[in-house]
Design a protein around this ligand. Sequence first.
Ligand code: SAM
Length: 585
Amino acid sequence: MVTQIELQNCLEWAQNNGAFIDSKVSFKITQEAGVTAFVNENFSPKPDQALIRVPESLLVTSQQALLEFSQADNRKRILNSVTQLYLSKLKFGSDNVHLKSFYQPYLDVLPLRLPQPYFWSTDEVMNLHGTDVYLTMRNTLNELLKEWKELFQVLSIEHTAQDMQFLSQFHDGGDSAVISLEQFSEYINACELEALEWNSFVGYLWSYCIFNSRAFPRVVLNKADTDSSNLNEGFLFPIVDLLNHKNDVPVKWEMNENNELCFMSHSPVFNAQEELFNNYGNISNEKCLLNYGFWDSSNKYDFSRLTLKLPSTLPNSSPIDFNKSGNFISDDGDTTILQFNLRPLEMVPPTLIALFAHLSKLKSEETPTVRSVLEGIDQLTSVVSQRLLFFKNFKARTSSSQKLRPHVIKLIKMYYQDNKKILNSTVEKLSVLQKKIFNANKEFSLSFKTIFKNDKIFANSLLLIFGAINYEDLITKDCLNDALLLWIVKTINDKNIKQDSFIVQAFKEVSGSIVIEKQDVMEYLPFYKKYFPNLSERIPEIYNVGDWGIRQFIVADTVIDRLVWIRKSNKEPIFLMKKVHDIQI
Ligand SMILES: C[S@@+](CC[C@H](N)C(=O)[O-])C[C@H]1O[C@@H](n2cnc3c(N)ncnc32)[C@H](O)[C@@H]1O
């Protein structure tokens, strides 16, 4: 941890070199967040009152980096990488690095041991296995390794012996292999931070993490050369980078006419001893963890990610443009990966509902229908519930040799708990949405439970056939589908039933278009023989009125496919009129 003396030296260095720090602001070192800024007295900042001003000459930018690595030749694409390498050289290199002695007091307050999970022990990292954070870390490290190798090639820098040995484990030196997070983690942990060489991969990773957690975007410097290609270019802003983060805190960073970069807080009032925060952007906890190594359980910008791997044909056939909606991640020709953010304070993303309604569509449905949407919500609920189970079943694990550090276990537990909370609330939201859609379409529905209650003669016949005393018995005796088939054919044969009933209409439609092959008949024969001619003889007042031929049952089964939605929560079959349901995306 940074010491009080190092912090003091850095503040003095900045002030001796023209920085202004308002006397109402002081810095302390805390157990929870390292260096932390506080206000000393109650006050209300005036609009545009700079609490901190730092001359441009104190910033660490790509300009200084290019003086050290002139071979990089101002290539915009790699400017951040060059600055990161420069930072590694400043921190871990010898004294003759450009401006090293000047920046030394600042370099001393950049913590060597970082809280980001890239620097956790292998056992700690393995507790994230199966999460999105785990995948992101693996991908980031693989990308970073490639970026670092390319940079070294451009700058003709040699790798350290330790890095060479690490890379030699992989065929073609890790160029095309995907290195596992476990392998990376073991390697990172094997490197001693105090003895890092500036050109080591772990040195570059340290620098990347410092940059990721402390850099500011170049656009705030108001430089005329700012164009779209260097919007991502960053620089280090000593002193202001000692402020911790809080979402929604109103702050401003601005260059003044004296070429000083200013930090303004637009909070209306401060109380003495209150923390003075910066705002790194309203960020989710996943980003807080990966980029900064902390977690805030009250973060309203938090979300849980739902990653779906689908055969490419499925999303491709849907009318939704997932690229435009921002859900598209990748497609290798066979599999498409889509990602959806589930946010506690927002509704379930309509594109996600629309996708599942599309996946639940029948061939006979050209557009999403009430049935396909309700069915889609059921399917989506299953997927979310499965993910929920993963987060619920988490137990911190460790190999016998390594101890998990308590503050890391706390972070990991918060990660699992908060994801669990979001997924739980998503399941609830889906249930509420499903009820809302169902209730809005109630007049176009008919539940089999109601049919059973109202059609006494039919219900009595089921007592004789299945021994079902009540509706629930049909479920326990597993004869609900047979009962449905019998009821549909009975309804069609009933002269008193309105011919415009949607069930009769659907039956007629199917009956008029269906082509029945011999093998269909063979398939239905066991079912048919189970009941006929027996039923026509035992209960002729129902089962000997009209047409009870096998064809009727084949048609009735297709009618069930098209109209019946089986509510997942209680397995209740409900007839739904075929009706378009628009989802506003
Ligand atoms: C830009 S630095 C801020 C100065 C930092 N406290 C230090 O000791 O150097 C960002 C780092 O500060 C810590 N940090 C920032 N905001 C925090 C917060 N709200 N809670 C806990 N730690 C925080 C994290 O370690 C993060 O990586």
